[in-house]
Design a protein around this ligand. Structure first.
Ligand code: AVJ
Length: 349
C-alpha cells in the first residue's frame, strides 16, 4: 500500500524557521488508506461466519464511539481512567527522573489527556524534545499536535496516523536520547494472550537499551466491581457496545437494528477477562451488503465484541518477559485497582 504522506513543515527544512512559532515543529504522516475499510470487511467476513460470532473491539471507535468512550471514562462505575490518572499524577516525576526521556512515543494517544501529566514532568526535567503520538483518528493526532506545541515551548511533534497493530514500523527512528513508549488506558487488555504477546514483542522491538515502556493494565479484583464498570447504570456502555452495529450499517451497508441487540458484560473467571457481547433478542437475518454476506442470528444468540483482560503482577511479568522486557517499576493506585508498569529491554545474557 502506498502511504498517504502529508508532511506539514518538518523541523529540518530551512523554511520552517520563518513560520510562526506554532507551526514550526509539527509533522503528521498518515498510513491509513483503503486498508482501514478492508480491515473491517475482513474482520466481518472472518468473525461473523464463525459458529461463535465475534468482532474485534477496535471498530467501536468512530467519532460517536470515541465520544461514548469519553463518557464512559467519567462514569462513577468506571474506575480505570481515574485510577490510572492518579498513579500518573503521583509518579510522573519519578518516571521522568528514571527514564530521562528525550522522546515520548504514545500508542493510541487519543486526546492525550493523561499524557499531559507525563509531558509536564518530562518537560520540567528538561529532557523532552519530541512527542510521537500514534492514533487511528487523524483529527485527534492533528488537533493534539497543534495544541501541544503551543503548550510546551521547544517541543516538536511527529504524529503518526495509523493502527498500532499494523503500523508500528512507521514510528520514526529514535532521536538521540532515551525513548519512553507509553501504552496507557489498559488497551493491551483487548488482546487475547497470543496476540498480546506478539504485540508486546513488536513494541519491544521499538526499544533499545536505556529505553522504557510505560504500560497501563487493569488488575483482577472483585467480579462485581469489574462487571459494574462494564455495565453502568446509565447505559452508556450499552450504547458504546451497540455503536458497533451503527458502524457496520454505515461502513458496510448492513441493516442491523441496534435496538434488537442487548448489551452483556460478564467477568470470565477462568480467563480473567471481561467479555462484552451483543445478544440478539430475536431470530433475524442481517444483510451486510458491502461484503455480500447474510448473517443469521438465533433468538438469544450472542456475538462477542470485546475482551478486556485483567492482570496480576505475576501474569504481567510473564507477558513482558516473553517480549524480552523486564519490570523496572510496578506502580499502583492506593486501592490497587490498576497498575502502571515501567519496563525495559532485559539485559542480554
Ligand atoms: C479502552 C480497551 C481500555 O477495556 O476498559 C470500556 C474499553 N469497553 N468500556 C476497557 C471499554 C467498555 C476499555 N479500553
Amino acid at each position: 500500500m502506498e502511504p498517504v504522506t502529508d508532511v506539514t513543515q518538518p523541523t529540518d527544512l530551512p523554511e520552517a524557521a520563518s513560520l510562526p512559532a506554532g507551526e514550526r515543529s509539527v509533522r503528521v504522516e498518515s498510513f491509513l488508506g483503503d486498508g482501514e475499510e478492508r480491515s473491517l470487511a475482513d474482520d466481518v467476513l472472518d468473525g461473523l461466519t464463525r459458529p461463535f460470532k465475534e468482532l474485534p473491539p477496535k471498530h467501536f471507535y468512530d467519532s460517536r464511539g470515541a465520544e461514548l468512550f469519553d463518557q464512559i471514562c467519567d462514569l462513577p462505575e468506571y474506575y480505570p481512567t481515574r485510577a490510572e490518572r492518579s498513579i500518573l499524577t503521583r509518579s510522573a516525576g519519578e518516571i521522568a527522573a528514571l527514564t530521562r526521556a528525550a522522546e515520548l512515543v504514545e500508542l493510541g494517544s487519543g486526546t492525550a489527556a493523561k499524557t499531559r501529566v507525563l509531558l509536564d514532568a518530562l518537560h520540567a526535567s528538561g529532557t523532552l524534545q519530541r512527542y510521537v503520538p500514534l492514533d487511528v483518528t487523524e483529527a485527534m493526532v492533528r488537533d493534539c499536535a497543534a495544541e501541544l506545541i503551543e503548550e510546551y515551548p521547544g517541543l516538536s511533534v511527529h504524529g503518526v496516523v495509523g493502527d498500532f497493530e499494523r503500523h508500528l514500523d512507521r514510528v520514526p527512528a529514535a532521536t538521540d536520547g532515551p525513548r519512553l513508549l507509553a501504552f496507557l488506558g489498559g488497551t493491551i487488555g483487548n488482546f487475547p494472550p497470543g496476540s498480546r504477546r506478539r504485540l508486546l514483542r513488536q513494541i519491544g522491538e521499538l526499544l533499545r537499551p536505556g529505553d522504557h515502556l510505560l504500560m497501563g493494565t487493569d488488575l483482577v479484583k472483585d467480579p462485581k466491581v469489574l462487571e459494574a464498570a462494564y455495565n453502568d447504570g446509565e447505559g452508556v456502555t450499552a450504547e458504546f457496545n451497540r455503536n458497533l452495529l451503527h458502524v457496520l450499517n454505515r461502513e458496510l451497508d448492513a441493516d442491523f437494528d441496534p435496538s434488537s441487540f442487548e448489551h452483556i458484560a460478564l467477568f470470565d473467571r477462568d480467563n480473567e477477562w471481561i467479555e462484552m457481547r451483543l445478544r440478539s433478542t430475536r431470530e433475524q437475518t442481517i444483510a451486510v451488503r458491502a461484503v455480500g454476506l447474510s448473517v443469521h442470528f438465533d433468538a438469544g444468540e450472542e456475538m462477542r465484541t470485546e475482551i478486556s483482560a485483567k492482570f496480576t503482577r505475576q501474569r504481567l511479568d510473564a507477558d513482558l518477559a516473553a517480549a524480552g522486557l523486564e519490570v523496572a517499576r510496578w506502580l499502583t493506585d492506593e486501592a490497587s485497582q490498576f497498575a502502571l508498569t515501567l519496563s525495559q529491554p532485559a539485559a542480554q545474557a
